[in-house]
Design a protein around this ligand. Sequence first.
Ligand code: IPD
Ligand code: CA
Ligand code: CA
Length: 269
Amino acid sequence: MSLAEDLLELALETAREAGRMLVDKRPVGGPDVVHTKSSPTDVVTQMDQAAERLIVERVRAARPGDGFLGEEGGTHAGDSDVRWVIDPIDGTVNYLYDLPDWAVSVAAEVDGVAVAGVIDMPRRGETYTAVRGGGALLRTPHGARELQVNAGVPLDRALVATGFGYAAQRRAHQARVLTGVLPKVRDIRRGGSCCVDLCSLAAGRVDAYYERGVQAWDVAAGALIVQEAGGLVGGLDGAPASPELTIAAGPGTFEALHDLLRPLDPGHD
Ligand code: IPD
Ligand code: CA
Ligand code: CA
C-alpha cells in the first residue's frame, strides 16, 4: 500500500469511530454549548471537543510523529511530513438541533498537500473518501460507488449550494451577493455543512458550491473529494481556495459561477 492509502485507512477507521461516538453519545435533549467563537451563534459543544480528542488520540497512537490542525485544538507541529486536518463536527448547528446533515472530516496532508480525505456522515449512513490520483468513492452499507461531478451545467440550470458565516456583518454582505446569484441559477441550497455540500457536489446532487469564510478544516478533505470526482476548486482570478472565497463546481460551471460572482465582490465583508 502507498503512504496515501495507509493514511486513508487510518482516517477512515478514525472518522467512523468518531461518527459512531457522536451518534451514540449525543446527550438526550442535545449537547451543551461550552463556548462560542465568532458570534453567540458560533457554538462549540462538548461533543465537538470529545470527537476531536478521540481522533487525535487514535491518530497519535498509530503515528506519534505527525502534526495536527484541528478546529477545536489548534495547531500542533509534528516531526514528520504528515499533518492531519480535522473538523470533528462540520455542521455543529445541525448536530445541536438534531438535523441529520453533519459530518466528521479528516484529511491527511503530506508536505502541505492533501493526499487522503474522509468525510463521514453517520446519520446518512454515507462515507466519502478520496486518495489523490485514485478517485473518490461514496461508501454505504450496501457498497461503494465512484463519484463524478456534473460538468458543463449552464448557470440557469445549476443547483448551487452555499453557506453563511456566523458574524452579522459578514452575513449582510453575503446576503447582498446572494441577491446577484439567486436570479441567475436554478436554485440555492443552504444545508448547514460545508463538508456535506462538497460531497453533494462530488456525488452530482448539486452542481456548484461557493462560500466566503470556510477554513482549512472545512475544506481539506472535501476539496480533495471534489477534485478526485472531476471537479474544480479555487478562489477568485486563479487564486487557490481560501477563507476569502471558495468556489467548487464541475468544469464549465466553475468558470461561469466564478464570472457571475466576480463583480459581486464576494471576497470581503
Ligand atoms: C460551518 C459549516 C457551515 C458553513 C460555515 C462553517 P461548523 O462549520 O460548514 O455550513 O456555512 O461557514 O463554519 O462551524 O459547523 O464546523
Ligand atoms: Ca466546519
Ligand atoms: Ca466544526
